[in-house]
Ligand binder design. Structure first.
Ligand code: UT7
Length: 325
């Protein structure tokens, strides 16, 4: 019998502090930077985002999202034998945020590690967990995307600081006789490292280089619209399916215009696209599981439906996962 990996529970969490574009514009004005609700909405679709307070880490957000996913799956933390956290804003340089989350959950003993593929992190992490479950290396995985991007934003750069937010999303992925994850397709092209990065590091007790996010937005935009369509068609081909088989597209939530362009190329009406970018902003690795949980909990995404997840971001990385709920 073929062994598959199926999502059996989803969960998400946003820190309580919500900033509208108007709030942010006011704060930036105090720094002498000009922006407006109109510009942000028109260029990105973002209306608001959530920011964690100074004490809250990625693992704290991950913990809340994970508890909800675990409850939805009807299991306990002790049933989990693999934890993968996708994050670019880890609590520490090391150990991994996955190990910190594991301890907070009380799931001590199982395998736990982080995946770093920036905004594609969740599709990377889900693909790794799927492979480990199908190979028999794991039975029940917790796969999380968690970010506190507010920590690495340059609030003197209006071209980036209005785009991102904090949050976490999680899924429980279990071995099953029924599909499950149908296909995945991952890519990276390291020659584009410079178009979206936090170039700093730590050395000799000092931060070396800039610890803040920098992005060539137009270059990222152009690459994103091309690769997302290719990844979507690659997973559909692998699964022997076509555009018409997609019930829901759950894309990385960076910019509504990128999502509209992808939907158009897949001949999908926007009614079949889960959109949370308006309320969450770009939460990097957390954006796809946040949107997935949103779609499941408000009754849009139903059991048995075919869902296409796709991510794109720093690296440059991109990828897609096609699955049956
Ligand atoms: O998560 C990983 C993936 N990331 C992405 O997918 C992001 C991809 N890129 C984008 O979403 C878009 O490129 C942005 C939203 C970042 C920018 O939109 P754009 O339509 O490419 O704008 P632009 O960079 O061409 O800037 C247009 C104008 C410029 O002014 P001039 O040179 O035309 O006078 C900017 O200086 O808008 C100006 N501008 C702003 N104005 C008000 C840039 N940022 C702002 C701002 N408020 N916050």
């Amino acid at each position: 019998m073929t062994r598959f990996a199926r999502i059996t529970g989803t969960g998400s969490y946003l820190p309580p502090h919500r900033l509208t574009n108007h709030d942010l514009a006011e704060q930036l004005a105090e720094r002498g930077l000009e922006t407006s609700n109109e510009w942000i909405v028109e260029r990105t679709g973002i209306q608001a985002r959530h920011f964690a307070d100074a004490q809250t880490t990625s693992s704290d957000l991950a913990l809340e999202a994970s508890r909800k996913a675990i409850e939805a799956a009807g299991i306990t933390p002790q049933d989990i034998d693999l934890i993968i956290v996708a994050t670019s804003t880890p609590d520490m340089v090391f150990p991994s945020t996955a190990c910190i989350l594991q301890n907070k959950l009380g799931a001590n003993g199982c395998a736990a590690f982080d995946v770093q593929a920036v905004c594609s992190g969740f599709v990377y992490a889900l693909t790794v967990a799927d492979s480990m479950i199908r190979s028999g290396a794991a039975q029940r995985a917790l796969v999380v995307g968690a970010e506190v991007f507010s920590r690495i934003l340059d609030f003197n750069d209006r071209t980036t600081c209005v785009l991102f937010g904090d949050g976490a999303g999680a899924v429980v992925l279990e071995a099953s006789d029924e599909p499950g994850i149908l296909a995945s397709d991952l890519h990276a092209d390291g020659k584009h490292v410079g178009i979206l990065c936090v170039p700093g590091g730590v050395s000799g007790g000092q931060v070396t280089g800039s610890p803040l996010l920098t992005m060539d937005g137009q270059a990222v935009f152009k690459l994103a619209v091309g690769v997302l369509e290719k990844a979507a068609h690659a997973v559909l081909n692998k699964a022997g399916m076509t555009d018409a088989d997609i019930d829901w597209l759950v894309p990385h939530q960076a910019n509504i215009r990128i999502m509209q362009s992808t939907a158009k190329k897949l001949k999908l009406p926007m009614e079949k696209v889960i959109v949370t970018v308006d309320q969450h902003g770009n939460t990097s690795a957390a954006s796809i599981p946040l949107a997935l949980d949103h779609g499941v909990r408000n009754g849009q995404i139903q059991q048995g439906q075919t869902v296409l997840l796709e991510g794109v971001g720093g690296g440059f990385t991109w990828g897609a996962v096609l699955l049956k709920m």
